[in-house]
Design a protein around this ligand. Structure first.
Ligand code: ATP
Length: 362
């Protein structure tokens, strides 16, 4: 019985460069038809992981399995990239300039059946991305978005078990990106390929992924569906990677911490431990005053805290307000949908959605 059965299993992978562990005992598995986004800041080891899966980089330790077969143990057993049934797509697209679009697409499947079958597969893929009418053109005559689609269909033409994509949308115009991402996703789902997509953009990962693996300093901090990883981060690094966060610090006394927003109960955290409460700006609610709001809530339920506007900016669909809090002069950020630009020093009340707070030990 095979121990590993997924489209791709990376098992205890490590890779060290000079004094740094670029990838540190990493485990990751991909299923067919699923898009996994390897997300993380620059230099955290995403590309190295992808290159090890592809076989263009050798791990120091650990194993790569594809569809249950041991592909590389980093030592004697090391199948070269072309024999791994992996498709590769990089940000520069790397199309062959001397071949037409159709020739580019069928380049990797020349031995996969009759001439008619190969032609049909190439044209069918081009049609599905709306490019069959330009199959005779050469890459340099295409726009960036068109080149991206050609690179995509070229990578999936041989029906690889695993498609590895390194920042495949980063060279594209912002306005094009969302459409191309959606089209890419539809095609990948139709083809049922297992996809590992490397990106440093949280919004891209949220849009594309079935599973996000958040990487930091060579390790995966958390893996899960976008909704879970965003709403149930395991630590402050994960929470703050997805958006700006406000941080309120305190020390546990009698199983709670006192803040200007009232008490926070901290069950299970030892007396004297320093903790931080994280809350995203969109989960701080702004009130002009407390009139008509009924009795002041108890400290246990959470109380509004007063602050004065330090800065207010319109940032697209919403306004970002920075408040200097009366209690401790700290700055907290809140966002409000639409245009809301109170002048500097306007007094405001902030209340906190407690169900949206994350409490972590420091
Ligand atoms: P980016 O998003 O900027 O591409 P990344 O998360 O993909 O970053 P990697 O390219 O995997 O990160 O690099 C991880 C670490 O390993 C970095 O510190 C990088 O400088 C180092 N590194 C990668 N390749 C090599 C190499 N061939 N020689 C030496 N150091 C390397």
């Amino acid at each position: 019985m095979k121990k590993y059965k997924d489209a791709l299993d990376l098992v205890n992978i490590s890779r060290r460069f000079e004094k740094k562990n670029a990838v540190d005992n990493l485990n990751l598995m991909l299923s067919s038809g699923q898009v996994t986004c390897l997300l993380g800041p620059s230099g955290c080891g995403k590309s190295t992981t992808l290159r090890i899966a592809a076989g263009v980089e050798k791990q120091d330790k650990g194993e790569v399995h594809i569809s249950g077969e041991l592909i590389s143990d980093g030592k004697r057993q090391h199948l070269p990239p072309e024999l791994r049934s992996v498709g590769l797509m990089f940000q520069d697209f790397a199309l062959f300039p001397h071949l037409t679009i159709l020739q580019n697409v069928i380049f990797g499947i020349k031995s996969h059946g009759s001439k008619e079958d190969i032609f049909y597969r190439g044209m069918n893929l081009l049609e599905r991305v709306g490019l069959s009418n330009i199959c005779e053109k050469y890459p340099h005559t295409l726009s960036g978005g068109e080149q991206q689609r050609v690179a995509l269909v070229r990578a999936i033409a041989p029906k690889p078990k695993v498609l590895l994509m390194d920042e495949p949308f980063s060279g594209l115009d912002n306005r094009l990106r969302d459409d191309i991402r959606d089209q890419t996703l539809s095609l990948l789902k139709e083809e049922q390929t297992a996809v590992l997509l490397v990106t440093h953009e949280p919004a891209e990962a949220m849009r594309m992924a079935d599973t996000i693996a958040l990487m930091h300093d060579g390790v995966i901090l958390q893996e899960g569906a976008p909704y879970n990883i965003y709403n149930k981060p395991v630590d402050a690094r994960v929470a703050s990677f997805f958006s700006d966060v406000n941080i309120i610090r305190g020390v546990v006394k009698q199983s709670r911490i006192d803040t200007s927003f009232g008490w926070f109960i901290t069950p299970g955290i030892e007396e004297g431990t320093s903790v931080q409460i994280l809350i995203r700006p969109q989960h701080l609610k702004i009130d002009f005053d407390r009139k008509g709001k009924g009795p002041f809530p108890t400290s246990e339920d959470g109380v509004p805290a007063r602050g004065f506007v330090a800065r207010a900016r319109f940032v697209g669909n919403e306004s970002l307000i920075e408040l200097r809090m009366s209690a401790d002069s700290s700055i907290l950020k809140a966002t409000v949908p639409g245009v809301f630009l109170p002048s500097k020093d306007t007094p405001l009340w902030l209340s906190m959605r407690r169900d949206r707070c994350f409490v972590f030990k420091i």
